[in-house]
Design a protein around this ligand. Structure first.
Ligand code: MN
Length: 331
């Protein structure tokens, strides 16, 4: 549990700021974008300047959120001056400065006060103020507590951003940090204008036909290992081409591995040839710890949900190595 003093530190940093930069990890998910936008709305409501800058595009399924069109894609020529001159930089939903990719150096060089707000394990020490709550379901849940300390109205824009953040990071209120307290927060968000039907529809029911085709190929690729306890899904570059889509569109795929009876852990290996990298997603049930497995491959995350990125390895070798390493999950 995080203490109230830490939350107050974040609220004070917001109050003290005149020009803030808000950033979050590359390939941003609902929690990243939702908590960034909620903070943006709160800061601007206080009459202060804020820029949300990410070294990635915002996925289409999040563009319905109020203010999403104001998120800027990082461009060194355009943004380095602002990053240098800002008085505060908020790093959301990440535990390592590498997660902001090309923005990393300029942010670290900036003399701005650096504030980390996150819920992942093993945070790297690169901020002046580090607010990390391992028990939080999402950065959005933490952002709610912070915003409540500010003199701001919970507008529909804030409510739906935080709802989207919590919805996506809890797997639609299913994961183990979905507490009664969280549901009470969510109830307030609904009262303030977040529409559950509409938000679910926007986030989960707007797949293109091509993405559904890709999901079909991905599901057909699933193999079972270790007496049916491990499911491995693979998405190759060829599958992306066959389905006519790309790696922006694989949100939620890895969860399908856990829908198989008897499976305790799922791994999805995605080949991203245009970046010459492999993205690995790990999911598990109960006490099966995929965080440590991801860590062994240079990644990180949570007990039941983790990830890693690997460059310079042959796809088939990587898969064999992962299957082999995953055996220890069930010992
Ligand atoms: Mn998160």
């Amino acid at each position: 549990m995080i203490n109230i003093e830490a939350i107050e530190l974040a609220a004070d940093a917001i109050k003290d700021s005149k020009h803030a930069i808000i950033t979050t990890h590359v390939n941003p998910d609902g929690d990243a974008v939702g908590s960034a936008l909620a903070l943006y709305h709160a800061i601007t409501q206080l009459g202060k300047k804020a820029d949300v800058i990410i070294d990635s595009t915002v996925p289409q399924y999040l563009m319905f959120l109020e203010g999403a069109n104001k998120i800027q894609i990082y461009n060194s020529n355009k943004h380095n001056k602002a990053i240098k001159e800002a008085d505060t930089i908020f790093f959301l939903d990440l535990n390592d400065s590498k997660r902001i990719r090309n923005m990393s150096n300029i942010c670290l060089e900036s003399t701005a006060k650096k504030v980390l707000i996150d819920h992942h394990l093993y945070p790297q020490d690169f901020c002046n103020i580090c607010i990390v709550d391992y028990d939080a379901s999402s950065t959005g849940e933490m952002m709610w507590s912070i915003i409540k300390l500010l003199d701001v109205q919970i507008t529909k824009g804030i409510a739906e951003s935080l709802y989207a953040a919590i919805l996506t990071d809890t797997g639609s209120f299913r994961y183990d940090r979905t507490t009664g307290k969280l549901h009470r927060i969510v109830a307030e968000l609904v009262d303030k204008g977040a529409n559950p039907t509409l938000i679910y529809e926007e986030i989960y029911n707007q797949n293109s036909f091509n993405v559904m085709k890709l999901m079909g190929l991905a599901i057909a690729s699933i193999e079972l290992h270790h007496e049916g306890k491990l499911a491995v899904m693979t998405i190759t570059d060829e599958m992306f081409r066959d389905a006519g889509t790309n790696d922006d569109d694989i949100e939620g795929f890895v969860e399908k591995t856990l829908a198989i009876k008897g499976v305790q852990a799922g791994i999805m290996i995605t080949e991203v040839r245009r970046r010459d990298e492999m993205r690995i997603s790990f999911r598990s049930k109960g006490n099966v710890n995929v965080r440590d497995l991801a860590y062994r491959f240079g990644g990180g995350g949570h007990l039941n949900a983790a990830g890693a990125r690997i460059t310079g390895t042959v796809f088939s070798n990587m898969k064999a190595m992962l299957i082999n390493a995953a055996k220890s999950l069930f010992d």
